[in-house]
Design a protein around this ligand. Sequence first.
Ligand code: NDP
Length: 326
Amino acid sequence: MEYRRLGNSGLQVSALSLGSWVTFGSQITDDVAEKLMHTAYEAGVNFFDNAEVYASGKSEIVMGNILKKANWDRSTYIVSSKVFWGGQLPNQKGLMRKHIFEACEGALKRLQVDYLDLFFCHRPDVNTPISETVWAMNTLIQQGKITYWGTSEWTGQQITEAHYWAERYKLIGPIMEQPQYNMFERKKVELDYLPVYKTFGLGTTIWSPLASGLLSGKHINSSPADSRFEMPSMSWLKERVLSEQDKMEKVKQLKTLAEEIVIPLPHLAIGWCLKNPNVSTVILGASKVEQLEQNLLTWDSLPKITDDILLKIEDILQNKPVLITF
Ligand code: NDP
């Protein structure tokens, strides 16, 4: 396993990590969740990602039970939660100080840990001043309840504003952002955040490297019955992804390219993310142990993803974000 510093912080995060969205407490049994975490940990994964909203808190309960039973030394893993969608009532959703404090307490209880290593603002909250959120996160750090905080799907401008308030009041600003990043979703990571990597040393924990499984190639003809696309609660995702025929066409061409260099398509897609030096960790998702085992072997295929192959990938994707200058 390779370890990368999370932005300009001192924290070292495994370049491949494991997330629990859709799977823990929902699509898979607790037994499979436990096997996934052990498989990951034994391969050197040190970061497990979670959120208050995943399976309405159940995902954190499942992960907390597994962590407790495993009894791994607390210094050997990093666990996260995210605050935003706590419930439907006023003050159960958003980034006001009240919900940030309550969400943190809730996550600590569900995960059965004394502190969260990473605490993310799951989305921007346009109704709460960013200064209030920065103060609340700084307070949690001072209280020892979290060690680092960050954002998810914020704009570069919003991250910059958070740093402005942090600098003005001598508070600790966000060190990491959790954006979607994969062959089909590139603009934020490859373009929008360029100034914030440079100015603030932002780290990234990127999500959906396989765009929810599409980039595994298994949906080319029809979706397997046991995939997340067939879950009633995920029908919105299936409709959206499968309606984009041009993407499916590109997946077919990527699969042919992966076959040419004799690597599995998931390795090509995950390895492509790992090649970006602004990616601190690629958060993997898996509903089966075999999927995770395969994805963790991406390292073996990395030498085959040469500059020449990267150019061929660009030829297929035709979506490289470009900076428009005048
Ligand atoms: P992926 O895009 O990698 O999708 C993972 C899914 O793809 C698996 O659950 C499985 O689904 C399928 N899959 C994975 N590997 C293989 C394989 N080798 N062969 C075939 N199918 C495979 O990642 P996720 O979308 O799960 O995102 C990863 C993590 O990122 C989440 O768990 C979460 O922690 C985080 N995240 C954060 C978000 C945010 O807003 N901050 C939003 C979304 C995710 P199946 O078997 O069901 O087809």
